[in-house]
Design a protein around this ligand. Structure first.
Ligand SMILES: [Zn+2]
Length: 431
């Protein structure tokens, strides 16, 4: 009897203890639920979204409030995105036509117009502190990253102009070698890396507090940029060559290690062609089929669209998965450490090649859920989502400020004595 009562007492106490414990540490929510909460609470920075050029060519289909593409405001909010780096991309053809400076200015104008039209939803982030101001007020930060140095002009004479417009990073070249650098897609490599102007521009970017982007550079050029920069750099939208041997647009393990050792960050590109060898092989095979069908002549756009649709029907595209992207993140962590990896989706830049579960800016919680399932702790996830990138951005700005060039913040007060140019100011000089 006593024993039974005693056991009863113990059981009651045990139960009470369990209840108290349960009240203190509620059961972990499932990863998807927790992922959505983490995506909302932690800063997410995506360093490469090709919304500006897509909108430029498809003004009716691509609006900031509703888009047929992969980025718009409602979906950015749903995904927890805080800082969208708008790619100020100009193609090699614009450089050849002498129009890249004008095009870059018009793309930045368009981003400023978006903010003017909906100042309660968007703001330009011309410095890292701007991101905090915009985030605190519930607005999406549009940062500006320049892809291709051609708009700077043949002597980089427009660099100060674009610095004053709030460019936060710059990649010296794109698909073809230019006055600054050899390109990873261009095997001719006339500079064997950076040109003398490219080397000088690396230093000039450092002094203006603008991050240097390694994506699209040839290996030699990227190594030389690392050699000459005084501050950590970023690969804004590159995945790992390890998974697609021979694909030089992705970066090598040695480069990942070097970027990390120097304090920089590798922002993983989500495109299936960038993360999956099967998808990359598909793309190579399709290019061969296009060449066989059309020869060297530029196909009529309608004929090309019809060809692509037919080709996809006959050869279904092998989409990667969230897990494929996570494999790249894991490998950067293994090679360089948790402080050196982040996200550069290439949304609106890679067409219909995005992995299942990562189709647009609403999908960041899926990535977070995958990180949780792989055992990443919350502080590690926060670094991947944006903490690492913000650290590199601030380091670049600090060097610029020490060189006499504080960042031209658009939102945060008291950080710049340069202010922003009046609309249209120095445009004449720039073009
Ligand atoms: Zn690119």
């Amino acid at each position: 009897m006593t024993r039974i009562r005693s056991r009863g007492v113990v059981t009651t106490r045990h139960l009470a203890a369990v209840l108290v414990l349960a009240a203190c540490t509620p059961a972990e929510p499932p990863p998807d639920e927790r992922a959505a909460e983490l995506a909302r609470r932690h800063l997410i920075a995506d360093t490469h979204i090709d919304f500006p050029i897509r909108r430029h060519f498809q003004p009716d289909a691509v609006g900031p409030m509703q888009s047929e593409g992969q980025f718009d405001h409602p979906r950015a909010v749903a995904g927890g995105l805080d800082v969208a780096f708008m790619s100020i991309f100009t193609p090699a053809s614009a450089a050849e036509a002498g129009t890249s400076t004008d095009l870059a200015n018009s793309l930045i104008d368009a981003m400023e117009e978006i903010v003017e039209d909906a100042p309660d939803r968007f703001g330009i982030a011309a410095c890292a502190d701007d991101v905090d101001v915009l985030r605190d007020s519930g607005r999406l930060a549009l940062a500006l990253g320049m892809e291709n140095g051609s708009p700077l002009g043949d002597d980089a004479e427009h660099l100060d102009h674009f610095a004053s417009r709030g460019i936060s990073y710059l990649g010296l070249t794109h698909s073809r070698t230019n006055a600054f650098s050899d390109s990873s897609y261009d095997t001719s490599e006339p500079w064997q890396g950076l040109s003398p102007l490219g080397v000088a521009t690396v230093r000039a970017l450092n002094e203006r507090g603008i991050m240097i982007d390694l994506s699209h550079l040839s290996d030699n050029a990227a190594w030389q940029a690392l050699e000459h920069t005084e501050v950590p750099v970023v690969a804004t939208h590159s995945s790992l060559r390890h998974f697609i041997p021979g694909f030089h647009r992705n970066i090598s393990d040695a480069m990942v290690e070097a970027v990390g050792a120097q304090g920089g960050v590798v922002q993983i590109n989500f495109g299936s062609d960038f993360v999956s060898e099967t998808a990359q092989n598909w793309a190579v095979a399709r290019r061969g089929a296009v060449a066989a069908a059309f020869g060297v002549t530029e196909p009529d756009p309608a004929a090309r669209l019809a060809f692509d649709a037919e080709y996809r029907q006959a050869h279904p595209y092998p989409y990667a998965s969230v897990g494929t992207v996570l494999d790249h993140i894991d490998r950067v962590v293994t090679l360089a450490g948790i402080d050196h990896v982040g996200l550069g989706s290439d949304f609106d830049g890679v067409g219909d090649t995005l992995p299942e579960g990562l189709k647009d800016v609403a999908a960041f919680p899926n990535l977070v859920a995958g990180l949780l399932r792989r055992g990443y702790a919350e502080d590690a996830i926060a670094k991947i989502l944006g903490g690492n990138l913000m650290r590199v951005w601030r380091a670049a700005e600090a060097y610029g400020a020490a060189s006499g060039n504080p960042p031209p913040c658009a939102q945060a007060p008291g950080l710049s004595d340069r202010g922003r140019p009046a609309p249209g100011a120095d445009r004449e000089n720039a073009v």
